[in-house]
Ligand binder design. Structure first.
Ligand SMILES: [Zn+2]
Ligand SMILES: [Zn+2]
Length: 178
């Protein structure tokens, strides 16, 4: 009869345990397709780039296909890895909600996706996403930010692409000179 009996919700923000990093879940259909395209496109691209050598009679189709598999395959492996890392990066590490690329905050739990703060005690028992106390009783300290492995591999990938363009360019040059 009187409204004062309604239970008051506990203050979740003040007493919440620091969240831990969750493993990203498996990729979904569209995400897997983007990874597959990234992992196949370089082979096709290298094949098309090398195709003029077959037309000019400088190489056989088999040699070009083999070259496309070797050079394109290496690029494809790296490209597929970068794409998978990016697709998994869209999943919030705190609640696994899938966010649009470059979203500043998680739609599900408002975790800061731009800065991605992480915390651990000095013994590094476990990486947490909120400041607070470790299970061992030590205070959690903020860890230096990480850009993710994908960024470094993307640089290597660009170097690889330039190297490939250089090789093709030199091949074309020798074709004209010879
Ligand atoms: Zn979230
Ligand atoms: Zn600890």
């Amino acid at each position: 009869m009187d409204a004062d009996d309604a239970p008051t919700p506990p203050d979740a923000t003040a007493t919440a345990e620091p969240r831990i990093v969750l493993r990203p879940g498996p990729l979904e259909g569209a995400e897997r397709r983007r990874v597959a395209i990234a992992a196949v496109a370089p082979v096709a691209l290298v094949f098309v780039l090398f195709l003029p050598f077959v037309i000019w009679g400088a190489a056989t189709l088999g040699a070009v296909a083999g070259g496309a598999l070797v050079y394109g395959g290496m690029l494809a492996l790296a490209a597929g890895f970068v794409m998978a890392d990016r697709e998994q990066g869209r999943q919030c590490p705190a609640c696994l909600h899938r966010n649009p690329r470059k979203a500043p905050n998680c739609d599900g739990c408002s975790y800061d996706l731009a800065a991605r703060p992480r915390f651990a005690c000095q013994e590094r028992h476990r990486v947490h996403l909120d400041p607070g106390m470790c299970a061992c009783g030590r205070r959690l300290q903020q860890l230096p930010g990480s850009g993710g492995i994908g960024r470094e591999i993307a640089v290597i990938l660009k170097v690889g692409a330039w190297l490939l363009a250089f090789l093709v360019g030199m091949g074309l040059l020798f074709q004209y000179v010879g």
